[in-house]
Each structure stands twice: as C-alpha cells, then as structure tokens.
Design a protein around this ligand. Structure first.
Ligand code: CMC
Length: 438
C-alpha cells in the first residue's frame, strides 16, 4: 500500500475558504500520496448556491485513483508506483496489464495463471465473423472496433452481474484477451484476407502479429525486434490516469453500464485526433511535409492561429515537460529501424521538425514538447502496420488501463453517477408562438 505520511509542505493547510454572495464557506482539502492538494467543493452548491465552471476539467479531479501517477512538470509517469522507464526496460505488456488490474506485480505462479487465462480467452464466438462481415469493405478499423466491442456484451450477457467480483474480473480478462483478436479481424476484413485464429503457443504480442500478418501461402517470419518494439509501445500506452478515453470509460461506468459498453465508449473517445487519433495524424502530417526543407513552413503554419493547423504529436494537457514516453520511443525508433533494416525518410523529417520546434519561442513559451504519438507511428509503419490501424494499436494497449479503472470504480465507496452541471446561456422563459404567426 502507498505510504500515507504527508510530507512537510503537504501539512501546510487543511482547508480553503471561499467567499461567494456574501457568505464564506470552509472547504476541506484532500490529499493523495503524491500530487497537488485538491479542494473538495462538494458542499459548495448547498452552502453558496454556486457551481464551479471548468471546461475540459483542467482543474478538477473527478475521482480518487491508485493506478497511475503523472507529474506533468517533472515529466514523471508511474504505474502503481513503478516508474515507466523501469517497466519499459524490465517488464512485459501482459505483466503491466496484471499490475494495473491487481495493484501489485505478480509472482511467477500468478503471472503464469494470468497468462494462461488470457491466452484461453482470445477466441471469439463464430457469430462475431458474421457481424464483422456486415461492415462495408472499406470501413475504418476504429469504426469496426467500436461496433465490435459494443457487441461483446451480447455474447457474454449471462456473466454481467456487476455485483459479482469474479464476473467483473472475468470481463476484464476477456477484454484484454479478445481486443487483439478483434483488432486483427477488423484489419484482415478491411483488406479482404481470411481470418486467423489466435495461436495458444505464442505470447500475447507475437500472437497478435500472427493474427495480423500470417497468410495461408507461406509461414510468417518475424524478426524478434518486431514483437519487442510492439510490446514496448503497448507498455507505454497502457494507462495514463484520467485522460479523455479513461474518463469516458468511468463516466459510462458510473451509470452501471456493462464493461464492454464502457470500453467501446472509451474507444470512441480515443479515436479523436486530439487524443489517440494523433498517431495517425502525425504520419499524415509528416507525409505532407515530405522533406526536411519544408519543416520551417510547417512550423510557421502551426504558429499561425488563422491556419487551424497544429503540429500533431506536440503538446499535452498534463506534460509541460518532455513526455517521458516520447523519450523512450525516440530511442527505440532508431534501434527498430536499424534492426529491421528500414530507412524511412519520415524519420529525418520528424527529427528535423522536433529540433526546429524545440528551438522555437512559440513552442518553448507554451511548453509544447513531442508527446508519445510523435514517434510511435514511425515504429508502427516500420513494423508494416497500416496507418489506419495506428489508433487501434493504442486501443489494444489502453484496454489494460480502461479495465483497471473500471474495476477500481466498481468498488469505490465515493463513486456516484457522473452528472456535470452547466452555465445555461439560452433564452429565459418565453411563450410558444403558433406556426402561422412566426
Ligand atoms: N501545435 C501548435 N500549437 C499548439 C499545439 C500544437 N500541437 N498544442 C497546443 N498549442 C498551443 C495552443 O494553440 C495554445 O496557444 P495559445 O495559448 O496561444 O492559445 C496553447 O498551445 C495551449 O494549447 P491548448 O489547446 O490550450 O492545450 P490543451 O491542454 O487543451 O491541449 C492537446 C492539449 C494535446 C490537445 C494539444 O496540445 C494538441 O492539440 N496537440 C496536437 C494533438 C496531439 O498530439 N494529441 C496527442 C496527445 S498525447 C496522446 C494522448 O493523450 O492521446
């Protein structure tokens, strides 16, 4: 368990006083083991008649969580207290998934059981194929993934008693196990290849690569660096505290919805270019820039607010320092491309763009650094993963985080239905006018 001993500066104040409409209210200050103190405003409406306004939740904690910690100013990311750099170097994605779900690293026996269980839940019901085949042949794989995940509740409706911890755990295992099978199925359908069943003799990431790329005509020869690189990307993307998609999972979860519906909603939120869709957008942007000589005009365009153009893969709501995940991926990119023997002109454009942006006052003043998605696309591309599957890759990894948050929420004594308020800006009351008089 995390230490609950507050550091000296944390003991500094226990409450905040807010004066509104002539009355003062003392608000308690809540603290976690790390991070900023939080003013608990729950009693504000009752005592002052006021709500608080915080579009985009830039200053609002919506829950208590023991899963992931980020210090955006220092560029720190930890899963269950373990620094991302150590997990990236020493762990595996499946072990990280266990850690996120259970709170502790597994013993050898616990890991073996978990691995065995995940492996034996990777198959999909055959009716899934019929459902998949109903999509248009050129559907975007993210559209298919949202639909397919939503459909999962229809396959497992007999084990959706959310009051039963074992049924909840099993749903989480099923999601971690089946999302790669579904993702690979979506890809193969979109290119007209026959479906591949998961192979139990392979490990999580290798199994996924086989389901993606194996063809009936010849055996698949994968370089070990491919699985290693993908495993690393999955670790780095596995969780990121209350990001937009995880908050979506929690908001849907707060209504008592089933976990498959919650995760389908998370995938929908991830799809946007401001979130997980950025990795696809980065590659498109690098392709459009085309050569290092065009980098400066891209930078100038990104600084021009009239252009509506942003540097994709730059900036982050929380990190106001280098994204620690981007640092790890940057290093890995050179190694992967080298070992795969891939020479990608986009890497040259990316390096030039990064160098130019980091020197530019506009980016320096706004603390805009490369984020996790800036380099991930270049690795995915080198692994032969098509651009429209990039966000699907992110979704496979983030499923581990989504289910961990969903499980945590189910036993949170403070959990209530998520129901934000608003500042109403419409008409005050007015009388209905008949159509003949309008
Ligand atoms: N290019 C140019 N200007 C930018 C960028 C960018 N990529 N990002 C932010 N800015 C500017 C923005 O115009 C604003 O300028 P000003 O203060 O003059 O109005 C300032 O920086 C602050 O931006 P913001 O939009 O208030 O910041 P935010 O915290 O709301 O947005 C963000 C964070 C990630 C949505 C944004 O930085 C962005 O759109 N980045 C590009 C998309 C991207 O790479 N997204 C992936 C995020 S990491 C993976 C994930 O979490 O899914």
């Amino acid at each position: 368990m995390p230490s609950d001993t507050p550091s000296s500066d944390q003991t500094a104040f226990q409450q905040a006083t807010l004066t509104a409409g002539g009355s003062s209210v003392a608000l308690p200050v809540d603290r976690g083991t790390l991070g900023n103190p939080c003013i608990d405003i729950a009693k504000l409406p009752k005592e002052t008649g006021c709500f608080t306004y915080d579009p985009g939740f830039t200053a609002t904690a919506a829950c208590k969580s023991a899963i992931t910690y980020i210090d955006g100013d220092a560029g720190v990311l930890m899963y269950r207290g373990y620094p991302i750099e150590q997990l990236a170097k020493q762990s595996s994605f499946l072990e990280v998934a266990y850690l996120l779900m259970h709170g502790e690293l597994p013993s050898a026996a616990e890991f073996s059981n978990f691995d065995n269980e995940v492996t034996h839940h990777t198959m999909m019901h055959e009716a899934f194929r019929t459902f998949l085949f109903g999509f248009r042949h050129d559907a975007h794989p993210m559209a298919m993934l949202v639909g397919m995940l939503g459909s999962m509740a229809s396959f497992y409706h007999n084990t959706l008693d959310l009051d039963d911890p074992e049924q909840r755990r099993l749903a989480a295992v099923r999601l971690i196990a089946k999302v790669p099978t579904i993702a690979a199925g979506c890809y193969r359908y979109s290119i007209g290849w026959p479906m591949r069943y998961p192979k139990n003799n392979l490990e999580y990431v290798d199994r996924f690569l086989h389901m993606m790329f194996e063809v009936p005509s010849e055996p698949l020869a994968l370089k070990p660096v491919a699985a290693r690189a993908l495993d690393l990307l999955f670790i780095l993307h596995a969780d990121h505290e209350q990001n937009a998609s995880t908050s979506t999972v929690r908001l849907v979860g707060s209504t008592g919805s089933n976990p498959y519906a919650c995760v389908a909603a998370g995938v929908a939120a991830l799809w946007g270019p401001a979130h997980g869709g950025a990795n696809e957008a980065v590659l498109k942007m690098l392709g459009e820039i085309g050569k290092p000589g065009n980098v400066q005009s891209a930078i100038d365009k990104a600084k021009d607010k009239e252009s509506g153009f942003r540097l994709m893969g730059f900036g982050h709501r929380v990190y106001k320092n280098f994204d620690p995940r981007a640092k790890i991926i940057r290093e890995m990119t050179h190694q992967v491309l080298g070992e795969l023997g891939v020479s990608d002109p986009m890497l040259e454009v990316a390096l030039k763009l990064e160098e130019a942006a980091l020197k530019d006052d506009y980016f320096i003043q706004r603390k805009l650094y490369p984020n996790v998605d800036f380099y991930s696309g270049i690795i995915y591309k080198a692994l032969g993963i098509p651009t429209e599957m990039f966000t699907v890759m992110f979704a496979i990894a983030r499923t581990a985080g989504w289910v961990a948050h969903w499980l945590e929420q189910q036993t949170d004594p403070d959990a209530r239905i998520g129901r934000p308020r608003q500042i109403y800006t419409g008409y005050a009351e007015r009388d209905y006018v008949g159509i003949d008089k309008r």
